[in-house]
Design a protein around this ligand. Structure first.
Ligand code: BGC
Length: 451
């Protein structure tokens, strides 16, 4: 009975995992994240160190991705290696990336390369990074250099990863470098990041007209804690608008949403400056007014009661596993961007050290993705965050998002059940009743009935 159930994905659909340089390569000591870590801002005693040691052995993990039937892999190049000092370029770093991309292509895995994934060289950070709009030219120069040297091996570029997270955590909440709490400055940073994306887009377009170029945002959802409370509804709207839609709209049209457009001049040539939408989606948060929390601007953020949670994530809050949110996000982006470009899920995953919730979560998110595709939303690929357990920024090694467990001390890899589940889906380009039966039978109705 169950085996007649089938969700088939479109031919040529891209299946892969997503990674980033600082979280995987190891030995990156020349960027602002390393300094942040050395200053003791993250989980006590933990260091990124060798990370997953990709600088020396990425290829053996690429082999694992190949075995899983992946035909795409997202990785980032590390600006602080390529341009370790201002205007000083390291050709050996480029050679290493060439070797990595070549290996991926030999395995028929399409490289999708991010140019800025949270880290930047110390010399750039010390000039005030993206808080100073005059620094955008340094980013564009670096992007130009990378594309000149790697365009024969890569035709899919993600300019900037999650400008909204980079800004909110670095300039509002202060848990990422430079650890500031300054709303006005944060707005300037987000504007400069969108501007940097737009300029990078045209620089790449000029060098490689056939390339697919875009950026990705974190599409976290915010819902009111008490659905009938006007205050909670207003707060949820504010969070959603400022954290997500504001950036999307600025990147789409060059204009910020009301009332921010009064503060920030429009960004020229933004409209049209992307070939796809990169969607990172993990969870939703409930927000409610709380008079006892003046230090948090009277906002209580929580996970929806009675849901299934992941292990604790950023800010040590357990995150709701909310697959329907992925469908909601895809519909909203499609509507807001007027359905004009293909979409890729550039990140989606679950913090789950013991892999007790990930198999079901993976199946249910993919079922929601399939539902969106079957309703005409042009999603072309899915990249799971992440391949092996990685260094999770301010959370250090304490959170586990890998399909494959990785011990950072021994570098030993141990595939979780989710890795073989994902492998079966990638190989079949489909979710079958038989797969669900074997990995998460309790999800059968939700996967095929799309509850
Ligand atoms: C980031 C990743 C991170 C992931 C899971 C995303 O915001 O782009 O670098 O590892 O979330 O926390």
């Amino acid at each position: 009975m169950a085996s007649s159930r089938l969700l088939r994905f479109p031919d040529g659909f891209l299946w892969g995992t997503a990674t980033s340089s600082y979280q995987y390569e190891g030995g990156n000591t020349n960027n602002q994240w390393y300094r942040w870590e050395e200053q003791g801002h993250i989980r006590p005693g933990e260091h990124c160190g060798k990370a997953a040691n990709w600088w020396e052995r990425a290829e053996s993990d690429f082999a694992l991705a190949e075995q899983m039937g992946n035909n795409a892999l997202r990785l980032s190049v590390e600006w602080s290696r390529i341009e370790p000092g201002e205007g000083r370029w390291d050709s050996q770093a480029i050679d290493r990336y060439r070797a990595m991309l070549t290996d991926l292509r030999n395995r028929r895995i399409k490289p999708m390369v991010t140019l800025h994934h949270f880290t930047e060289p110390l010399w750039f950070a010390d000039r005030d990074g993206f808080a100073n709009e005059h620094n955008i030219r340094f980013f564009v120069r670096y992007v130009t250099r990378v594309v000149q040297h790697l365009h024969d091996l890569c035709d899919f570029w993600i300019t900037i990863n999650e400008p909204n997270v980079y800004t909110a955590l670095g300039y509002v909440l202060g848990s990422y470098p430079p650890g500031q709490h300054d709303l006005l400055r944060a707005q300037r940073v987000i504007r400069n990041l969108v501007q940097a994306h737009v300029e990078a887009f045209y620089a790449i377009r000029g060098l490689q007209p056939e390339a697919q170029i875009g950026y990705c945002l974190d599409y976290r959802l915010f819902d009111p804690a008490r659905v009938h409370s006007p205050l909670d509804r207003g707060l949820a709207w504010l969070h959603q608008t400022f954290f997500v839609w504001n950036t999307l709209q600025a990147a789409e049209t060059g204009r910020f949403t009301f009332p921010l457009h009064l503060l920030m001049p429009p960004i020229a040539q933004a409209a049209g400056a992307r070939d796809y939408h990169g969607i990172n989606y993990y969870t939703r948060e409930m927000v409610g007014f709380d008079a006892t929390l003046p230090s948090a601007m009277f906002v209580r953020r929580s996970a929806a009661p009675g849901s299934v949670y992941s292990d604790a994530g950023r800010e040590h809050i357990a995150e709701e596993i909310y697959p329907y949110g992925l469908y909601r996000v895809l519909k909203s982006v499609y509507r807001r961007a007027r359905g004009n470009k293909p979409m890729y899920i550039t990140e989606n995953g679950v913090r789950d050290a013991v892999d007790s919730r990930r198999p079901q979560a993976l199946l249910e998110h993919l079922a929601m993705l399939h539902r969106a595709i079957s309703e005409g939303i042009p999603v072309r690929g899915y990249l799971h965050w992440t391949l092996v357990d990685d260094f999770e920024w301010a959370e250090g090694w304490g959170t586990h998002l890998g399909l494959i467990a990785m011990n950072p001390l021994t570098q030993e890899r141990t595939p979780r059940r989710s890795a073989s589940l994902y492998g079966e889906i990638c190989h079949a380009n489909a979710i079958t009743g038989d797969i669900v039966e074997r990995y998460a039978p309790q999800a059968m109705e939700r996967v095929f009935g799309r509850l």
